[in-house]
Each structure stands twice: as C-alpha cells, then as structure tokens.
Ligand binder design. Structure first.
Ligand code: NAD
Length: 277
C-alpha cells in the first residue's frame, strides 16, 4: 500500500511559515495586502474566494474584497485592476476565474501588473518560468513541487509524465519539473496509447478533469502519483482523476482527494503574496 502525501499537513506548515514572515514584515512597519476580485456570484467561486480570505486572515495578510456584479463590463473590470495596480498598499491582485462569458479572460489577466500577479497566470510570469527567471509561479503546480520536496521525493533525473496541458496546471507543471531536472513528457487528449506512456513515469502527475480515469493499468509499480483532479462522484463524494483504491495498491506514494493537492493551492497563493511584499 502506498504512502499518503498529506497535503493538509504540508499546506499548514507553509501557511505557518508565511504567517511568521508576515509578522516580521509587520514589525518593520510593512503590511501584506491581497486584493481579491470576484465578478458575479458563481457558488463555487464564492467558496474559493471565501477560503482565500480565510487563509489571508490566518496568515495575517490583509484582504480587500471586490465582489462586483456579473454584468460588469470588461472595461470596468480592467479600470478596477488598473486602480489596484497603482495602489502601493496592495501587493497582490487575484481575479477569481472563470469570468462571465462576455469578458475576455486573457485581456483581464494581462492587465494585472506583473509585480502583483500572485496567481502566476500572466504571460510575464509564465515567460519567466519558461526561461528559469525569478517570478510568480502558478500556485497549483508550485504546490505539487513543495509536496514532492517536503516528502523527500527525489525529482532530478526521474522520468516524469504529466497528463494534461492546461495553462494553469499541465504546462507550468511540466516546466517546473523540467526546472527540477526531471525528464518530462507531456500527454493530452490526443496522445496515442496513453497507458504505454504513463507506465514509463517514476512520477505521474494527473490533471485531466475526468473522475477516476487513471487506474492501475496506467501506473508503473512503485511510481509516485499526484492527483490534481477534483470532482463529486455520483454519491456526492469528492474524488480525483485517479482511481485511488486501485492505484494505491501499486504505487509508492499517492496524494488523496480531498487532502492532497487541493489545500496546497491556497497555501502557495499565501506564499506568493508574502514574496511579493
Ligand atoms: P483542463 O480541462 O483545462 O485540461 C484538461 C487537460 O486534460 C487537457 O489539456 C486535455 O488535453 C487533457 N485530457 C482530457 N482528456 C484526456 C484524455 N482522455 N487523455 C489524456 N489527456 C486528456 O483542466 P485543468 O484546469 O488543467 O484541471 C484539471 C483537473 O484539475 C480538474 O479536475 C480541475 O478541477 C482540477 N484542478 C484542481 C486544482 C486544485 O487546486 N486542486 C487546481 C486546478 C485544477
């Protein structure tokens, strides 16, 4: 049976480290402040935004909340972002995604000052990751790197397969594993014979968005399996992209859902806020 990588414990450690740094900055008379913008009232977004505000409170980061109507125009939203860009008291700006259909997400993300892009989604942040420069790292993949490192799992020289090529998980994940000197393969919906590729992986990172798709057939004996997916199954139970019960029999380490990758995303957001300050 696999060792469980406990994202709750590791994310709590990171938040405590952030809390300490925030307290030190406060002693120097500096405050850390995150502006959180939510457009409309999508219930899932409301939960995510609420959790981010709670984490800020825990870490001693001041959060400014902008809950604006769903019919806000793209120009109005960008005007708000520009106001926050110019506000020297604000260190980080987060726009909760997805945005309503009439708003161009790319244009909105691009309008955030790269120095305040704590989500790490801007072209500037992704570009700096790509060429190995300092910059904000996308929170979910950065959290996975922390999970691996803090579980003493060797990355350098290992064969890593990432399933999924989204801009917020798959692609930055592959780049971060490359930066840690893994040999990286990215797979996606057009990959032919996926199991034959994924069975090469010493570290398999799964970000597909399909409940329990990855069974033991996709996994090499003794591999490390990281499950990014999050879903509710037919019994309203949370599950990931990995068939946990089946895969845990075969791998050496695994992240559970819930309690694996999920809590790391917010912890890394807090980390980015304090680094920004
Ligand atoms: P996405 O839908 O943007 O991307 C999914 C990727 O999977 C695509 O690149 C696609 O090519 C690939 N894919 C789809 N079907 C495939 C198949 N049959 N075989 C191989 N590849 C296939 O999703 P995303 O935003 O990257 O998120 C992935 C999952 O992670 C979702 O379940 C999402 O809810 C979850 N997620 C969790 C967190 C967290 O904090 N835990 C953060 C972001 C996303």
């Amino acid at each position: 049976m696999a060792n469980i990588i406990d994202g709750k414990v590791i994310s709590a450690q990171i938040k405590d480290e952030v809390k300490e740094k925030v307290a030190k900055l406060k002693e120097e008379g500096r405050e850390v402040c995150l502006a959180v913008i939510q457009v409309g009232d999508d219930p899932a977004s409301t939960v995510y935004v609420g959790n981010k505000k709670k984490a800020c409170e825990y870490c001693g980061i001041r959060s400014e909340s902008y809950e604006i109507p769903g019919d806000t125009t793209e120009d109005e939203l960008i005007a708000l972002i520009e106001k926050l860009n110019a506000d020297t008291a604000v260190n980080g700006i987060l726009v909760q995604l997805p945005l309503p259909k009439h708003i161009n997400e790319d244009r909105v993300i691009m309008s955030i000052d790269p120095a305040k892009d704590v989500d790490g989604f801007s072209v500037n942040s992704v570009g700096s990751l790509c060429i190995g420069r300092k910059g904000y790292r996308s929170c979910t993949p950065a959290g996975i790197i922390e999970l691996l490192k803090r579980s003493n799992i060797e990355i350098a020289g290992k064969e890593c397969v990432v399933i999924g090529r989204s801009n917020i998980v798959g692609k930055p994940m592959a780049l971060m594993m490359l930066q840690e000197n893994a040999t990286v393969t990215i797979t996606h919906s057009k990959t032919v014979d996926l199991p034959s590729v994924t069975r090469r992986a010493d570290i398999l990172i799964v970000a597909i968005g399909k409940p329990r798709m990855i069974t033991s057939e996709y996994v090499k004996e003794g591999a490390v399996v990281i499950d990014v997916g999050i879903h509710r199954d037919e019994n309203n139970k949370l599950c990931g992209d990995v068939d946990y019960a089946d895969v845990a029999e075969k791998c050496s380490y695994i992240t559970p859902v819930p309690g694996g990758v999920g809590p790391m995303t917010i912890a890394m957001l807090m980390h980015n806020c304090v680094e920004g300050a």
